[in-house]
Each structure stands twice: as structure tokens, then as C-alpha cells.
Design a binder for this molecule. Sequence first.
Ligand code: SF4
Length: 64
Amino acid sequence: MKRIPYVEISECQGCRSCAAICPEVFQMNEMGRYAQVINPYAGSEDCILEAMASCPVRCIRWAE
Ligand code: SF4
């Protein structure tokens, strides 16, 4: 089964890196202050892993 990513919003710095790397999964919220998962089933796991690795505060995680 495909793993589901989520953003720990309270830790997000709003750098936009994840949304730039994997826009089908991550987008900034309307104010651009934090990222959110718009479609956890879109995008490849490699793309999500790349977005996770790019996150400066490592606040993109897999749901249990
Ligand atoms: Fe937030 Fe991390 Fe995405 Fe940057 S890469 S917008 S800190 S979740």
C-alpha cells in the first residue's frame, strides 16, 4: 500500500521547496505561510522522498 505523507504545519517554515519539487502532492496554503498535502496519492514516492530531503526542518513525514 502506498505511504501517505503529511506536513507538520506547526514546524513548516514556508520555504516552498516541497511544492516546487512535487507540486502534485504539496502546495502552499492560500497565504503562502505553510505547505499542505493536496493529494497524498499523487506523485511518485521518489518525488515525495526528494521533497522530504529538501525540507530544511524535516517536517514532512509519513503517516503511521
Ligand atoms: Fe514547509 Fe518543509 Fe515544505 Fe519548506 S519544504 S514549505 S519547510 S514542508
